[in-house]
Ligand binder design. Sequence first.
Ligand code: AHR
Length: 663
Amino acid sequence: MKNIKTNWICFFLLSLLSYQSVSAQIPTLFTVNTNESKAKVSSSMWGVFFEDINMGADGGIYAEMIKNRSFEFYEPLMGWKTEGKSIKEGDFLILNRKESNTNNPRYLRVELRDAQEGNVGITNEGFRGMGIKDNMRYDFSILYKQQTGNLKMHLELLNSKGEVIGAAEIKPQLTDGNWHKQAVSFKSTATELKGKLRIWFEGNGQIDLDMISLFPEDTWMKRPGGMRADMIQLLADMKPGFIRFPGGCIVEGFDLATRYQWKKTVGPVEERQLIINRWNSEFNHRQTPDYFQTFGLGFFEYFQLAEDIGAEALPILNCGMACQFNSAEVVSLDDLDEYVQDALDLIEFANGDVTTKWGKVRSDMGHPKPFNLKKLGVGNENWGPQYVERLKVFNKVLKAKYPEIALIFSSGAAPSGEKFDLLNKELRAMNADIIDEHYYRSPEWFLENASRYDSYERKGPKIFAGEYAAQSDKTGSPNNKNNWKTALAEASFLTGLERNADVVIMASYAPLFAHVEGWQWTPDMIWVDNLQAYGTPNYQVQKLYATNKGTDVVSVVSENQIVAGKDGYYASATIDKATNEVIIKITNYSATAREVAFKVDGVKKLATKGFNTYLSSDDLNNMNSIENPQNVSPNRKELTSKINTVKTILSPYSFNVIKFKMS
Ligand code: AHR
């Protein structure tokens, strides 16, 4: 009792103190001038960057639950365990038919002699286990070939104790020696984070197996063989203006042989040739030997996803150079044609009518209507004169045939320095449409560079802030955290992008996804395990920007100066001509609550009631997690205005989005 009383007295005194410290201040005045549109905010301003890193595609948004479904990993049985009392040498064989099927050469042959339960089986471990949901339907399918035999396959979903939590059987129908597909669906009886699939065989004969596949029913838009709905929903909730894909360094490859080749990712899934994922062995601290790209998700699916969630599709293609942090292999200029042709064909794939070669491929995959591609990137984090030489060829050919497609060229891996300066000069001399800048820097860098674009050249190429993330430790370090400090620094920096929307036309945080047990790179915007996904504080910042975009930039000043760091304030403002709203974004990067006033000029009448949607945390180390996904998440409070002025108190370390209707 005594304790409770003491606590109350402390609370009262603390409240009084903090009230006095706020009320003693003269509110800082910010003036917003809604009369003059300083720039249009591009409709695709805030987007997302997707790369198959951290198990982003396989084991991530691609909802396939079987790892190494077609036995093409270096170790053909990686992810699988063969088991049973009566197995003899050669009963399980990996066969290779490279000559007749280059794209999908391997398959598994199983020999059965009066097999019964427990005699002969294979178990797949999934991607760090399989996320199984109670009462969910699971769709199993398989390609098989048999000459003779009378056999059955028993399918069992197992929980982490090895107990059966869902079962079905499948009896291959045809014994004509040709490949056939057969499928069966069944329900699970429990939820499990780390499930497995066991297949045990019954009967006699020989059977060849390939493309052993298991998908949950609840994929995004319920598409068979589709994407994980909870992960995609987090993207859709952001209403991103664009999706950049497929990367990232994935575009470049460790060497040219492992570059991303979009043509190998379209058409029937079983004909898409798997390659090693370049993040498989990139970091000694996070080796991921079981990381491959099956391309079950390919360019068609990425275009379709963009369309689904109302985002522009933004593909980036290889420019004839492999990753310069790795092999740095370049294709000789004499052999560049194939790469340029890939770019030309991609535009045809996306936009060509169904009578064209690649338009027909799109149409045959179920999308006769064009995807309306508007922008295309050539090269990711490439640099040096070799890049410029190759870009010139792409630029000439692509502009001649498709002048309406805006081309995006990279300014390298860093936002300053010799490499950046060279490219910045050369790309401007080429009159590039859009330059892709990347910044993986400290939170302090983000704060100090909030006015980077205020002094940028207004004419010439536009800027795509194509990859950025504040690093709490250092780039590439496994100790980087998605904490509130990094997110607030990014929020502060982004006011500078928004203020300069005449120069910066697109921005995306990177990387996008990471599996809590399968990541190589941190920080990342969205983290997942096999059953759940959550947005980091950095995600919440991006989402607030993307969902409170506005149509026109207007000025917000304090003492006639832009608000870019003085006293820990960073601000930008837009108006939305469609909804007649003024939207003020402001961070209070300080440990104290502070009283501020916004005088909104240029309106007849500001609505008397508006809202502040804000993110705040006294502790800059605060993070979200699977256990506490909403730890740092938006709050909303009502604000009032008098004589077109809004007074409020900004919480310590807060990012605020203040919205009022105007008339
Ligand atoms: O986002 C992770 C990596 O960072 C990207 O693949 C690359 O473009 C950058 O270096």
